[in-house]
Ligand binder design. Sequence first.
Ligand SMILES: *Cc1c(COP(=O)(O)O)cnc(C)c1O
Length: 395
Amino acid sequence: MIRKTRLFTPGPTPLLPAAQFAMAAADIHHRTAEFRALYSRVLAQLKEFVGTENDVIILSSSGTGAMEASMSNLTSPGDRILVLTAGKFGERWTALGKAFGCAVDVVSAPYGQTFTLEEVKAGLKLETRAVFMQGTETSTGVRHDVEGVAKLLKDEGSEALLVVDGITGLGTTHLDMDAWGVDAIIGGSQKAVMIPPGLSYLALSDRAWDRMEATYNPRYYFDLRKERKNAKNGESAYTPAVALIAALGASLDYIAAQADGDLREGRRKLVDNAETIAAMTRAACQAMGLGLFAPDSPAAAATAILAPEGFTSTQFVKAIRARFAAIITDGQGEMKGQIFRIAHLGYFDYLDTIALIGALEQVAVNDLKLPGVEFGTALVAAQKVYAERAAAASA
Ligand SMILES: *Cc1c(COP(=O)(O)O)cnc(C)c1O
């Protein structure tokens, strides 16, 4: 049979066709009125997508570039910072903090779990200058409690800035930066916004901009104040990734069109879409007797599924790819072989979801011969979840 290559990976994610066309047509110079109009429009749209009144900055880099920019711009050498980590991306915050000379305190939870607010409180010190965390930890499929941490910092009267890697949280999780008092939130282009890798973006609070007046870690290409100044005039400091910015505009138009042009409402619908797909996937896997790696705080960005006794996750990843050319991901680092991950962020719909669950069943029955699984087991469970959620949404 024909095998269409399809991504079910938590970045890069499937591309929106309208965004691909916009990219191909983006033959414009970045110091022209045409580009300034495009850039100003996309920056304004991004504020709606993030759901903030704060300025948003776009950088030409993958998501880690904006993580680095938040570290280099918001800290000085010797600053005490607190990293909340329960996976590979949390560990990246620790590495970045050390690279920029910070004194890094760490609150960690085992992979597949999240930290409690009591643990965060115990890790917070009077001198803590900033707290770094993920909205969703993509390596384990866990959602962290950003609202809870933000409230804790307020209640404790902490001076610490709260910096959130929302790279897979944005577009899959209801995050309210302004109301909660988050100081920086970071996104990446190859995730829920349905375009190729190469752009990162971040929104920063007034408190964060004020902090930058005094911090002195080295920065040059990722100097956020310089970018902000240029962005006010519709430009970026250096040559921007023009084609990706055009793609981002088309993608944000598409998300707005899901709610009659209201981008904030369109983003809420995108989050609900991911949540429905995640719930269908969890139900399907459980019906096949597969355990969830993060049963207590699952993210809608991606689901991490435990390989059953006697099997490795790599067998699932390879069989799905060999039979159907669908790409799901193995665990990262020491989780390789233990879990496989299926993404739900961005341009996935009901048909994609049912098809992948059907493929999983086919592989479980035919290739791996998982005991107790027959055709229909997983699909019935997913169908029921979809029907319940669709009925609730239209009620
Ligand atoms: C994808 C991802 C990143 C960024 O990775 P890049 O490869 O630099 O784009 C950071 N944090 C999380 C949670 C991610 O999912």
